[in-house]
Design a protein around this ligand. Structure first.
Ligand SMILES: Cc1ncc(C[n+]2csc(CCOP(=O)(O)OP(=O)(O)O)c2C)c(N)n1
Ligand code: SF4
Length: 272
């Protein structure tokens, strides 16, 4: 039987804005399946985003959703979780939103280890505004603002999240849809800051500039470059050149979660 996604879609919101072949829809379906697997009560689930094509995702979902200012998803989500720690909080957005204008909010949410799941769709580009380079555009690649090739080194989002203090970090791609919901489920079940980086595709502003003639070419590239962590352990540095790791990259269940720590502060202040 076909999976019933319709029941999770807010009435009247379709059609969506995404281009044919955009990976964001694959991620949205993965998130719906993950929320169903975790039996999340949509009335007790906040899905928060900033601005961008990826950040349009929450608007389609029938839950408590917040479409905020560019780069501010983690900040608004932190506010929601602090005011209502009993709520499930999920952030969604792109690499531009989360690691350029929103980079500061992203790293500090990781540092605090606040209990939320951040699904970051990394399509290497600012898709919505016509393909400007982001901190995740690979060095040498073309963007509307790097017509001679991007001279910048990239942010590795997962490494950034681990370094900043997130306690669950996982990565997959839009070409591995069944892994998307499995990792989001793990992120939702984790008590602390969970980052799920999905290497995504933007055929319209990244693919066509960088010689991917079709969406299938982009998907083939994602499959070719993704190496599961277990397989990577048996490979040499040379074999891993130009690849990225997928699966659960880091997990720490010992570090205290922020809202629990803050509850202690409130108790102390009330007794003082
Ligand atoms: C303060 C502010 N600056 C700039 C913009 C313009 N802007 C809208 S979306 C966006 C980039 C979004 O890129 P990303 O988060 O990677 O998502 P994508 O569109 O690729 O899914 C920018 C720069 C804005 N809306 N607000
Ligand atoms: S511009 Fe790119 S990111 Fe935006 S909807 Fe189109 S394919 Fe997706």
């Amino acid at each position: 039987m076909a999976y019933d996604y319709e029941k999770s879609i807010r009435p009247g919101k379709l059609p969506h804005i995404w281009c044919p072949g955009c990976g964001h829809g694959i991620v949205m379906k993965g998130l719906i399946r993950a929320m169903d697997t975790c039996e999340l009560d949509r009335k007790n689930t906040a899905i928060v985003s900033g601005i961008g094509c990826a950040s349009r995702l929450p608007g389609y979902l029938d839950a408590c959703t917040l479409h905020t200012a560019h780069g501010r998803a983690a900040a608004f989500a932190t506010g929601v979780k602090m005011a209502k720690p009993e709520m499930n909080v999920i952030c969604c957005g792109g690499d531009g939103d989360g690691t350029a204008i929103g980079g500061n909010h992203f790293i500090h949410a990781c540092r605090r280890n606040i209990d939320m799941t951040y699904v970051l769709m990394n399509n290497y580009i600012y898709g919505m505004t016509g393909g400007q380079f982001s901190p995740c555009t690979p060095t040498g690649d073309l963007a509307s603002t790097t017509p001679y090739g991007n001279p910048d080194p990239i942010f590795d989002i997962s490494k950034l999240a681990i370094g900043a203090g997130a306690t669950f970090v996982a990565r997959t791609t839009a070409a591995h849809p069944r892994e998307i919901d499995k990792l989001i489920v793990k992120g939702i079940q984790h008590k602390g800051m969970a980052i799920i980086e999905v290497i995504d595709d933007c055929p319209t502003t990244y693919g066509r500039r960088n010689k991917f003639r079709s969406v299938i070419d982009m998907m083939k590239r994602l499959k070719a470059e993704a190496v599961p962590v277990k397989a990577a352990a048996k490979m040499t540095a040379e074999q891993l050149e130009g690849k990225f790791l997928t699966g659960v990259l880091f997990e720490d269940t010992e570090k205290p979660e922020y809202t629990a720590q803050y509850a202690d502060v409130i108790k102390k202040a009330q007794c003082a």
